[in-house]
Design a protein around this ligand. Structure first.
Ligand code: NAP
Length: 244
């Protein structure tokens, strides 16, 4: 697979840690200019040190007005990775309004907002674009204590299709990647119960969880011309879980 993003400007949300950070680094290595958006300033400082040239933007994407101030004038964007998310675990009967609102604001509403900003820029310039929404296999299957999180990702499946439908005529493709557990900070937070985690791993046909690199590679594939005829789709990075 030949990937070259020279001459293109990419925006990656949640670029401070985990999958977003590695995606930003990979895009930079493949020639893109990269806008790295995240919440914790120290993460962006260390990313900028590691990757000089990255354009850091520190903002809480759960705050609509702050996001508008931070990204409203971000300039041309050709590639967008909507990756930032939170997982707030609660049993369904104990889900709070605060956790529900926070989860939907960060995981879904910000995808509307940042995608609008990016897609308007693509449309106004008359250039093609590619948007990848980082979803999860829990958009398709459920796990205890994840009703809010998995609802945000289930909604993301429809949003991906709706965006693909409306943005396709402007040559803007929209797809998602849907990983199983990846042992980032987030992945570790949902695999605290060792017995549950071992049983979960064994239920995957490949008997493993996904690596960050596997997810990044699928994101890069969907961003690039190798997937030029793919839009409105989701790529499972689930070690076969949904086949079992
Ligand atoms: P992570 O290690 O927790 O990193 C998430 C990044 O997003 C962090 O840099 C975080 O910054 C940032 N972020 C979170 N809320 C934000 C906000 N309100 N505003 C701006 N930035 C914010 O998570 P990850 O595992 O890399 O997850 C990346 C994506 O993969 C998410 O969409 C997640 O749902 C999805 N995913 C993960 C797994 C998994 O097992 N890890 C599985 C399936 C799907 P702060 O730390 O400063 O808040």
């Amino acid at each position: 697979m030949q990937l070259n993003f020279s001459g293109l400007r990419a925006l990656v949300t949640g670029a401070g840690k985990g999958i977003g950070r590695e995606t930003a680094k990979a895009l930079l290595a493949l020639g893109a200019r990269v806008v790295a958006v995240s919440r914790t300033s120290a993460d962006l400082v260390s990313l900028s040190r590691e990757c000089p040239g990255v354009e850091p933007v520190c903002v809480d994407l759960g705050d609509w007005e702050a996001t508008e101030r931070a990204l409203g004038g971000v300039g041309p964007v050709d590639l967008l990775v909507n990756n930032a998310a939170v997982v707030l675990q609660q049993p369904f009967l104990e889900v709070t309004k605060e956790a529900f609102d926070r989860s939907f604001n960060v995981n879904l509403r910000s995808v509307f907002q940042v995608s609008q900003i990016a897609a308007r820029s693509m449309k106004a310039r008359g250039v093609p674009g590619s948007i990848v929404n980082v979803s999860s296999m829990v958009s398709h299957v459920s796990f205890p204590n994840l009703s809010t999180y998995s609802s945000t990702k289930g909604a993301m499946t429809m949003l991906t299709k709706a965006m693909a439908l409306e943005l396709g005529p402007h040559k803007i493709r929209v797809n998602s990647v849907n990983p199983t557990v990846v042992l980032t900070a987030m992945g570790k937070s949902v695999t605290q119960d060792q017995e549950f985690t071992l049983r979960l791993k064994e239920r995957h046909p490949l008997r493993k969880f996904a690596e960050v690199e596997d997810v990044v590679n699928s994101i890069l594939f969907l961003l690039g011309d190798c997937s030029a005829s793919t839009t409105g789709s989701g790529v499972m990075v689930d070690c076969g879980y949904l086949a079992s």
